[in-house]
Design a protein around this ligand. Structure first.
Ligand code: BV8
Ligand code: ZN
Length: 249
């Protein structure tokens, strides 16, 4: 697939030091993980209000727990794709921060060193009563929602609708956006807040905002550069370009 990268972008890359990648479900689509709002999106089958919120969990812990077990299984059967690995390669040339809305752990599995997880991580869990952690545990299949030794329900450490984002992750992400030279928005519909407000911070701070998506989104008319296509194809192309430019110097 031919991707034309404008000279302005190539110049911007040569002048930049700090890069932020703000990613959503689209970057994991080529790993086989369904997105939320696309044609094959999981919200098509399950309504978020019914599952991704605390009341739904308290009403029916087993239904919500099994949904996350189903998604954990998908995540564990997938691997990072060339898009994730290209972002790791950027670390050879730039100071890179990844700010992800994804809970699939794929950026860390690909080897990214600095990843802020705004919506949590599907491999992490905690007891709602005593807050005991139950991270990276293989829970038995179809045993219903697990109960902590204190008797409390164990829940996924994921930010549900109506819940606050982890303060440290969010404020560190805002700071990284503020000082970024280039801010990539990759594979997100940018409809979920307050995560999507990070892009506004980058734009107001004067970062060069590049959106990579297979289709236009509601922010596409407000970015410096919109690259239409799959992130697993575009990001490796940009790395190739960087390597060839570096080889000239
Ligand atoms: C909160 C659940 C109180 C876990 C998720 C304004 C301010 C604050 C809150 C709100 C607000 N307005 C509305 C709200 C409420 C709500 C919200 O934003 N609702 C939206 C839907 C209108 N926000 C909240 O409830 C948040 N908390 O508000 O607390 C508060 C109030 C004030 C201030 C602070 C706090 C909590 C939000 C987190 C909810 N958790 N998930 C789970 O099961 O995962 S949201 C869910 O959407 C996922 O976490 C996901 O990360 C997130 C974003 O989705 P995307 O990643 O963008 O995925 P999507 O499918 O939408 O898009 C994929 C894109 O990829 C598409 O554009 C597609 O074209 C593209 N693509 C596909 N393939 C490729 C590709 N691109 C490139 N290459 C490809 N190959
Ligand atoms: Zn407990």
């Amino acid at each position: 697939m031919e991707i034309n990268l404008p000279d302005e972008f190539i110049t911007q890359l040569s002048l930049s030091k700090r890069i932020v990648f703000f990613t959503g479900a689209g970057i994991s689509a080529e790993s086989g993980i369904p997105t939320f709002r696309g044609e094959e999106g999981i919200w098509k089958k399950f309504r978020p209000e019914e599952l991704a919120n605390f009341n739904a969990f308290m009403r029916n812990p087993t239904l919500v727990w099994e949904w996350y077990q189903y998604r954990r299984k998908i995540v564990r059967e997938t691997t990072p794709n060339p898009g994730h690995y290209a972002i790791v390669e950027f670390e050879n040339y730039f100071d890179v921060t990844v700010v992800t809305q994804n809970v699939d752990n794929l950026h860390k599995r690909a080897g990214s060193k600095l990843v802020y997880e705004l919506h949590g991580n599907i491999e992490k869990n905690y007891c709602i009563r005593c807050k005991k952690r139950y991270d990276f545990i293989e829970f038995p299949e179809n045993q219903g929602a697990p109960i902590c030794e204190c008797g409390g329900n164990i829940r996924p450490d994921i930010v549900w609708f109506g819940e606050y984002l982890p303060n440290d992750q969010f404020s560190s992400s805002e700071n990284a956006a503020e000082v970024s030279d280039i801010f990539f928005v990759v594979g997100t519909s940018s409809v979920v807040y307050p995560a999507a407000s990070i892009t506004n911070i980058a734009r107001s701070a004067g970062s060069y905002v590049v959106e990579i998506n297979i289709t236009e989104t509601e922010i596409s008319d407000r970015v410096n550069l919109f690259l239409k296509g799959k992130s697993g194809e575009i990001l490796p192309k940009i790395i190739e370009l960087i390597k060839s430019e570096k080889a000239k110097t």
